[in-house]
Write a protein that binds this ligand. Structure first.
Ligand code: AHM
Ligand code: MG
Length: 336
């Protein structure tokens, strides 16, 4: 039986990626090794996040522990774990983290061919109250191993090889694309393994939910304002959309991916480039959306076609169900 097979024939994330990579005869397992180090980071953060509420009791993350030592904040701790795991994988050459002003160039002795851009713990406003937060990552290949430069990470998102996120929520879910569709894995804490639970995720073509920080409405541009107005007061006889907004990109995007709908972080008068960072927020999420059959748009262009010039560059983004993003694209097109 299929059900029985599922229970005894576990598709771990490692097994899944090994299967996918076996399609490429030249692959030597480097990507699988890189991914297993990312997975290690995610498991560490999952464990730390689940204990964060006990910090006062046992002295974790930013609290002073029983020995009176100052403990590291969760986001700082998560960053250290990811940087060390990625460097020690021996498969990376340049790392870009939201937590580090400068790119990290890996020691030549430990260098591999991959570049990883990541936000180790996104959703900072939700950390201290125990609401879902996540890790986001995008992976590129270097152009020339003998000459590693910033240009290796300042590439358009269309050059990305793989992207994913891990959500530390009511369960711990890792969503991954290596350019061949999107798959979701759930951490089985008793095994310490991510098991394939959401094979071949496809986002519905149209959704019933919009997700945006409406507190910024006063400063929105006309197309964004018009779009949100249409969500609330549709003129075509359809029902209004529901609003859901957590304020953690990983959680808001994850819901959008599974239920359909649209996530917006637009430009506004105060932040003309929006808030979200291109390399480790906009690109990975846009890659996943497209791989799931949705779209990602900046207000001007397909998000993945942006060519970033700075590590921590920002961009507005509208992503989600294909038809919903078409609507906002039409509003921006009629504006110009
Ligand atoms: P952070 O990197 O400081 O955590 O900010 C990124 C987060 C995203 O997870 C989320 O989509 C967005 O900020 C929410 O911003 P706002 O509070 O302005 O609505
Ligand atoms: Mg962030």
């Amino acid at each position: 039986h299929a059900a029985e097979a599922q229970r005894t024939d576990l598709m771990t994330i490692t097994r899944h990626v090994l299967n996918e990579q076996s399609r490429y005869p030249e692959s030597r397992g480097d990507f699988t090794i890189l991914l297993s180090h990312i997975v290690l980071g995610c498991k560490f953060v999952a464990s730390a996040v689940s204990k964060a509420g006990l910090a006062k009791l046992i002295g974790l993350a930013g609290e002073t522990n029983v020995q009176g030592e100052e403990q590291k904040k969760l986001d700082v701790l998560s960053n250290e774990v990811f940087v060390k795991a990625l460097v020690s994988s021996g498969r990376t050459c340049v790392l870009v983290s939201e937590e580090n002003e400068e790119a990290i160039f890996v020691d030549p002795a430990l260098r591999g061919k991959y570049c990883v851009c990541f936000d180790p713990l996104d959703g900072s406003s939700n950390i201290d109250c125990g609401v879902s937060i996540g890790t986001i990552f995008g992976i590129y290949m270097i152009k020339d191993k003998g000459n590693v430069t910033l240009a290796d990470v300042l590439q358009p998102g269309t050059n990305m090889l793989a992207a994913g996120y891990c959500m530390y929520g009511s369960s711990c879910t890792l969503v991954l694309s290596t350019g061949n569709g999107v798959n979701g894995f759930t951490l089985d804490p008793s095994l310490g393994e991510f098991i394939l639970t959401h094979p071949n995720i496809k986002i519905p073509n149209k959704g019933k939910i919009y997700s945006v920080n409406e507190g910024n409405a006063k400063n929105w541009d006309a197309p964004t304002a018009k779009y949100v107005e249409k969500c609330k007061f549709p003129q075509d006889g359809s029902s209004p959309k529901s609003l859901r907004y957590i304020g953690s990109m990983v959680a808001d995007v994850h819901r959008t991916l599974l239920y359909g709908g649209i996530f917006l972080y637009p430009a506004d008068q105060k932040s003309p480039n929006g808030k979200l960072r291109v390399l480790y927020e906009v690109f990975p999420m846009s890659f996943l959306m497209e791989q799931a059959g949705g779209q990602a748009f900046t207000g001007k262009q397909r998000a993945l076609e942006l060519a970033p010039t700075k590590l921590h560059e920002r961009s507005p983004v509208f992503l989600g169900s294909y038809d919903d993003v078409e609507e906002i694209k039409a509003l921006y097109a009629s504006e110009s």
